[in-house]
Design a protein around this ligand. Structure first.
Ligand SMILES: [Zn+2]
Length: 157
């Protein structure tokens, strides 16, 4: 697995992504998806991040999660943690973008797919919301929650 060495270039820009995630753009919305996926587990900082979050130390948890995602941008646990933090902060665009990334990495995650549909719906992105709502129905055809936002074909009016 080829993981690029940490850059020591002095030209490194501290700019964070415009979506508000707190990550650098190349670890966020301009991420190169052709990179190898992140190793799961075995990363001590993630436990620290979770512990901090569970103890209400949000700023600390956020720093751990951001640091982790700088190294492993596709780390599902860290993405989920940062998503929860941004959502709790009502930074909904960042939350939506982080959750969309989770769903892209784990397309069979029913809860994440349902939640993303809900978030997109709330943000007025109806076409995208419908796409994810349909995926949720496909993942769990009998789950009533999956049908909640799939009102497109149900003409009850
Ligand atoms: Zn971004």
């Amino acid at each position: 697995m080829a993981i690029a060495p940490r850059t020591t270039a002095t030209t490194k820009t501290p700019t964070t992504c415009s979506c508000g995630s707190g990550l650098r753009p190349d670890r966020c919305c301009t991420l190169d998806w052709t990179q190898p996926s992140a190793p799961q587990g075995d990363i001590p900082n993630f436990t620290l991040a979770q512990t901090a979050f569970n103890n209400g130390k949000t700023a600390e948890a956020e720093q751990f999660a951001v640091d982790l995602l700088e190294r492993f941008p596709l780390h599902l646990g860290a993405l989920d943690l940062l998503y929860q933090i941004r959502r709790a902060q009502s930074r909904m665009i960042a939350a939506q973008i982080l959750l969309a990334r989770i769903v892209r990495i784990a397309p069979n995650n029913l809860l994440a797919t349902q939640t993303l549909a809900l978030l997109l719906f709330g943000n007025g992105a109806f076409a995208e919301a419908e796409h994810h709502a349909r995926n949720a129905v496909r993942l769990s055809p009998t789950d009533p929650q999956s049908h909640k936002f799939d009102g497109h074909d149900h003409d009850r009016g």
